[in-house]
Write a protein that binds this ligand. Structure first.
Ligand code: NAD
Length: 463
């Protein structure tokens, strides 16, 4: 590992990665490799957890292509010096901000969207002019293998290298010194990464998880909300970081909600035979999920098959915050329904928990929209929809508090992998003596006027 890191450091110091043409060439190359090998990518992920080509394209590969295309188009603009106004004290001079790459970056991926979550940060790191070591999740082993094979065959290790492995390999990597660590995964491992990074003062971006609520108010278009919610929850069999974790619905709507949700699930034809319905990633997670299902509270689904790691879309109702299912992020196809009478209680309850990665609100009320956005802190969200915010690259994607720190996608990704250097470029034809010794009251008065303006200075004097 040290050998590769040193090689990347050396390569970074040649300034090659800083050339815009180099960055764009690598991004185009990455896209071409993915395009030429799409069948291999689909085969691997199908073998790992039965994810279909349709879902892999729409929720991973297609989004990656969009990231790459945008970066190819805009990297030159993003990397430009940015002129800003100069304050009076520094006139005459120019002030500007110089984006610069951080250096050697470590990207650690999660398993649930293995292509997107490994390679979208890489796209941002390349666009920003860095070198990269990528450690994909070891759980979807075929997928990890195919990423490693394609990247390591086509890119020079001194620029971009994939290192496969699990906890021992990640632990070893975390002992090395990087210029940036970008981690996607659980809160528990996020803490390990943060601690390890602190030892080297390495900046981190942590894309973590948590319990993301869906608040459904009395005044909403319930039918369309349910259609969107059922899709978002059972996409990837609920194994989505920003999936709706639980529904918090006004008590007057619960009965109608359950009836319509059942119809929506039946219409989507989620069954053992539906080849587009995803498996649970492994037996450990399968068993964890089964243990969360309280049979007495199941109103829809609740069927499972250990051999195929299939769990049918399951809805449990009359759930309370004390139930086991409410003690951890579900990360599977089980949707608990909790009811409320008063929106203030909803806000207070959510605020008493760790800040969610996502929060969804179903309402037609402008007042409620504003109230929720103003009062609840969360990473990202949607009003009258779920999950779709991730597809808009003009929006930063990330968590807050325990659900993460930092963000990416589009220009936000570029910023995440850049340092913004502040520069004042002074003219040399004049040098006022104000700041120099000997100090005097007159000089101080002039400095105050320059800092605060004449108006403010006068007002202050009067008072
Ligand atoms: P995880 O934390 O178990 O694993 C993530 C990565 O960390 C993997 O590459 C793994 O090899 C490594 N790792 C695991 N244990 C480690 C340890 N003890 N020391 C060092 N490295 C270790 O997470 P996961 O199971 O892959 O993903 C599920 C979690 O990730 C969920 O909480 C989900 O919400 C979250 N997630 C967040 C996002 C996001 O963008 N915010 C996206 C996907 C998943």
């Amino acid at each position: 590992m040290n050998h590769i890191i040193n090689a990347q450091k050396e390569f970074f110091l040649t300034n090659t990665t800083k050339k815009i043409a180099f960055r764009i060439k690598q991004l185009k190359k990455l896209k071409q490799i993915l395009q030429e090998n799409e069948p291999l990518l689909y085969k691997a992920i199908q073998a790992d957890f039965k994810k279909s080509e349709f879902e892999t394209y729409t929720s991973e590969i297609g989004l990656l292509y969009a990231e790459i295309e945008e970066a190819c188009k805009k990297t030159k603009k993003w990397a430009r010096y940015k002129r800003v106004k100069t304050n009076r004290l520094n006139i005459p001079s120019k002030s500007f901000i110089v984006p610069e790459p951080l250096g050697v970056c470590l990207v650690i991926g999660a398993w649930n969207y293995p292509y997107l979550l490994s390679l979208a940060p890489v796209v941002a790191a390349i666009a920003a002019g860095n070198t990269i070591i990528l450690k994909p999740s070891e759980l979807p082993i075929q997928t990890s293998n195919v990423i490693a094979k394609l990247i390591n065959r086509n890119f020079d290790a001194s620029f971009f290298k994939v290192i496969e492995g699990g906890i021992p390999e990640t632990t070893a990597l975390l002992k090395c010194k990087f210029d940036k660590i970008f981690f996607t995964g659980s809160v528990a491992v996020g803490k390990i990464v943060h601690l390890a990074a602190a030892k080297n003062m390495t900046p981190v971006t942590l894309e973590l998880g948590g319990k993301s609520p869906v608040i459904i108010t009395e005044n909403c278009h319930l039918k369309i909300i349910i259609k969107r919610l059922i899709w978002a929850k059972f996409l990837n069999a609920g194994q989505t970081c920003i999936a709706p974790d639980y529904v918090y619905i006004h008590e007057s709507l619960q009965k109608t909600f359950l009836k319509q949700a059942k119809t929506a699930i039946i219409e989507s034809n989620y069954s053992f035979k539906n080849e587009n319905y995803v498996q649970i990633i492994n037996t450990k997670n399968f068993n964890r999920l089964i243990a969360l299902i309280d049979k007495n509270k199941v109103v829809i689904g609740g069927d499972y098959d250990e051999k195929t790691r299939y769990i049918s879309p399951t809805i449990v109702s009359d759930v309370t915050f004390e139930d086991t299912i409410m003690q951890e992020e579900i990360f599977g196809p089980i949707l608990p329904i909790l009811t409320y009478r008063n929106l203030e209680d909803v806000i207070a309850k959510i605020k008493s928990k760790p800040k969610p990665l996502a929060c969804y609100l179903a309402t037609n009320s402008k007042k409620i929209k504003r109230k929720i956005l103003n009062e609840i802190s969360f990473g990202s969200g949607a009003i009258n929809d779920s999950v779709m915010q991730i597809t808009n690259n003009n929006l930063p994607f990330g968590g807050v508090g325990e659900s993460g720190m930092g963000s990416y996608h589009g220009e936000f990704g570029f910023k995440t992998f850049s340092h913004y250097k502040s520069i004042i470029d002074k003219k040399t034809w004049i040098e006022p003596n104000l700041k120099y010794h000997p100090y005097s009251n007159k000089k101080l008065r002039i400095i105050k006027i320059l800092q605060n303006g004449i108006g403010k200075f006068k007002r202050k004097k009067e008072t």
